[in-house]
Design a protein around this ligand. Structure first.
Ligand code: ADP
Length: 257
């Protein structure tokens, strides 16, 4: 895989290196689209490490992560899940949106996130000690928005935590240009529009415009879609289903773009 582009925002790279060196688990906090996954891909590539990513959702269970018996012909064969593979191989296990998963995965995480660094596979009775260079990373979308689950304080305290926020305009503009090759003037307009929407708390959006949405708009503009239309479909529509809010966003787009 090519080196993923990631624009360093603050101290995250050096913090990551120290957390890894000291075999601690890492929690990345922040709203969607702020570069958490890209950062992990970038660091995994930089360190030459295998990365196992699990996008957690409400059906994700410990079995999905640890493994299961699979019937093959007349035989029943144990198959490691991504967590077990990462633990055995000394890879990075990346649990995206860990709070969304079923509570039984939190139990499985306990012995992995403390000094024991072990994983107990109850179905086989095996206790797997994590290889020295195993690293656990999880992400969490803080619970101030509707619809997102909370992560219990006792679980949060098991991780060293790093916050991701929307980057400042200069950096966000660099990201847009590097990601899409869009002209600087258009990048600036998109960033300004993003800032306006982020400031409009009265719109009552569950989550506001992320760097990801601005990148998507820039991609469509670069591909030749008219600018306002690109912003309507890449920014306004993904943010809300409420007609009044949608109209307000589209008006704002017409004024800004
Ligand atoms: P998250 O995991 O926080 O939901 P992603 O890592 O998937 O977000 O980022 C979404 C998109 O935003 C990426 O595909 C990339 O285009 C862009 N992006 C956000 N932050 C950065 C950054 N610091 N460097 C490079 N790209 C970024």
């Amino acid at each position: 895989m090519n080196n993923p582009f990631y624009k360093i925002i603050d101290q995250e790279e050096v913090i990551f290196e120290h957390v890894y060196k000291n075999k601690l688990p890492l929690l990345l906090k922040g709203p969607t689209g702020t570069g958490k996954s890209r950062f992990v891909e970038f660091m995994a590539h930089k360190m030459g490490k295998q990365l196992y990513t699990v996008a957690c959702h409400e059906e994700t269970s410990a079995t999905d992560l640890i493994g299961r018996y699979i019937i093959k012909g007349a035989e029943t064969i144990w198959t490691d899940g991504p967590m077990t593979r990462a633990v055995r191989e000394g890879a990075i296990l990346y649990l995206d949106e860990v709070a969304e998963a079923r509570p039984d995965i939190i139990v499985a995480l306990h012995s992995l996130t403390d000094h024991r660094r072990t994983l107990f596979i109850d179905k086989t009775g095996e206790t797997v000690r994590a290889k020295d260079d195993f690293m656990l990373i999880a992400t969490y979308n803080p619970g101030y928005q509707k619809g997102f689950k909370e992560l219990k304080p006792s679980t949060r305290q098991r991780f060293v935590s790093l916050s991701f926020v929307y980057p400042e305009p200069k950096i966000e503009s660099e990201i847009l240009i590097s990601e899409t090759n869009v002209e600087e003037a258009i990048a600036k307009k998109l960033i300004k529009l993003g800032a306006k929407i982020r400031n409009l708390t009265e719109l009552g959006l569950a989550e506001t415009v992320s760097t990801r949405l601005l990148v998507d708009a820039a991609i469509l503009i670069k591909s030749g879609l008219p600018q306002r239309l690109a912003c309507n479909v890449a920014i306004a529509e993904p943010l809300t289903d409420d007609n009044d809010t949608l109209e307000a966003l589209k008006d704002l787009i017409s004024l800004s773009i």
